[in-house]
Design a protein around this ligand. Structure first.
Ligand code: PLP
Length: 406
């Protein structure tokens, strides 16, 4: 008899995006041609940068010629990309990360989701609330939680991200072993200061814990005081893994390329308390279960680091950031407290109402789709997430509509 992994039965159904889709489709049936504007999704809308497309094409051409054809590449990624990443994303900021510390992959979703499998079953895990659901669900699937009750899984430590702490939770009083942090944050848009990140690094060092730092939205940071990488914090290399992605940085959501950084100094422990280097463990996992990102895609990704690529990618992000500014200013002018939108494509709006009620008002009265904050966790209750990923014209029209109904 083939039996299932019963931990899957504990998973709370994620009604969020299916409920949104159903509400939007019901509304469209009743109001055909309503001209709905979507500010709910976390997907990019602008095409790939010109430099990336050119590199992508040339990679494809090489694959079509016997002299330059390539089969399986190194599972960890081609050297040309790993070197470009190490130099531009880390060494240029004073973080001594070497190309060998970088593992290229097809997405930060897979990496943040898969990373937990190299740790013991009975570790204590801390996750933010509200949260990118992948961190939680993959640990539920792995059997590291109890049942889902009152909107939370038993056994997890939730790090409340609230207005009071500026949506950057401090380290918990309880001792935890594995900590998921995401900055700039999805969904709140909050960024972490150097001082706050230093507190986390100090906590991890003193409790022999590991931080999984998701920096998928790093490219949106514009405030020079905000660290782009956790490795800008002294002492972090021993206690932190960083996830990055070309998805939001360079519009690769449909193209797929990301990377995980595990410094060779990073260490974890066996059951006797003996320190074990983390990098070889992930290398073993990665080379066993993953066969590399395609050559043309890695070529396209490496074009992000050329002079023209850097400029094009910056222009694209600036475009979304201008959208975010327009959204944030509008909601603020209407009297709503907002976070994010300055170093992030997301604006977290305090609605003063139930998240779904506010979502319904925006849909039915202004034909605008947002994301109810409560769908990301209990602390998201009363908030909505508004995304800046859309055209300027649609964002402006959406804000005009909101101005008329509120
Ligand atoms: N991490 C966060 C916080 C995200 O919001 C997302 C996508 O929305 C991802 C990771 C996934 O990135 P990728 O497209 O590289 O899988």
């Amino acid at each position: 008899m083939i039996r299932i992994n019963e931990h899957y039965e504990k998973l709370a159904s994620s009604y969020l995006f299916s409920t949104i889709a159903k509400k939007v489709s019901d509304y469209t049936v009743k109001n055909p041609g309503a001209g709905i504007i979507r500010l709910g999704i976390g997907d990019v809308t602008l095409p790939l940068a010109k430099s990336c497309i050119e590199a992508f094409h040339s990679g494809v051409e090489e694959m079509g010629d016997e002299k330059t054809f390539r089969g399986y590449g190194p599972e960890q990624g081609y050297d040309f990309l790993r070197q470009a990443i190490a130099r531009n994303d880390f060494q240029s900021r004073g973080a001594e990360i070497s190309p060998d510390d970088i593992f290229v992959s097809d997405g930060a979703k897979c990496d943040t989701g898969n990373f937990q499998e190299i740790f013991a079953q009975d570790i204590k895990i801390a996750v933010p609330d509200p949260v990118y659901p992948v961190y939680v669900d993959t640990n539920v699937m792995a059997g590291r939680t109890g049942a889902f009750t009152n909107g939370r899984y038993e056994g997890l430590v939730y790090l409340d991200s609230t207005e009071e702490n500026g949506f950057v939770p401090p380290p918990p009083r309880d001792k935890v072993d594995l900590i998921y942090l995401c900055f700039p944050n999805n969904p709140t848009g909050a960024a972490v200061s150097r001082k706050q990140l230093t507190e986390w690094v100090d906590y991890a060092r003193s409790s022999k814990a590991l931080i999984l730092f998701d920096a998928a939205y790093e490219a949106f940071i514009r405030d020079p005081q905000i660290p782009h990488s956790i490795y800008e914090i002294p002492g972090s290399k021993e206690v932190a893994v960083e996830f990055r992605s070309f998805s939001k940085t360079a519009g690769f959501t449909g193209t797929r390329c990301a990377f995980t950084v595990i410094p060779r100094e990073c260490q974890v422990y066996d059951s006797t308390g003996k320190a074990v280097p983390l990098q070889p463990l992930w290398n073993r996992r990665h080379t066993t279960k993953f066969n590399g990102v395609s050559y043309p895609v890695q070529k396209a990704a490496s074009a992000v680091y050329t002079a023209s690529g850097k400029k094009e990618v910056k222009d694209i992000i600036d475009y979304y950031l201008e959208n975010a500014k327009i959204i944030r200013e509008k909601f603020t002018s209407l009297g709503f407290a907002c976070t994010g939108g300055d170093n992030s494509p997301y604006i977290w709006v305090k609605t003063g109402k139930d998240s779904w009620e506010f979502f319904d008002t925006l849909l039915e009265k202004a034909r605008i789709v947002t994301t109810p904050g409560v769908g990301f966790g209990r602390c998201g209750s009363g908030y909505i997430r508004v995304s800046a990923f859309n055209s300027r014209q649609k964002v402006e029209e959406a804000m005009e509509r909101i101005g008329k109904i509120i």
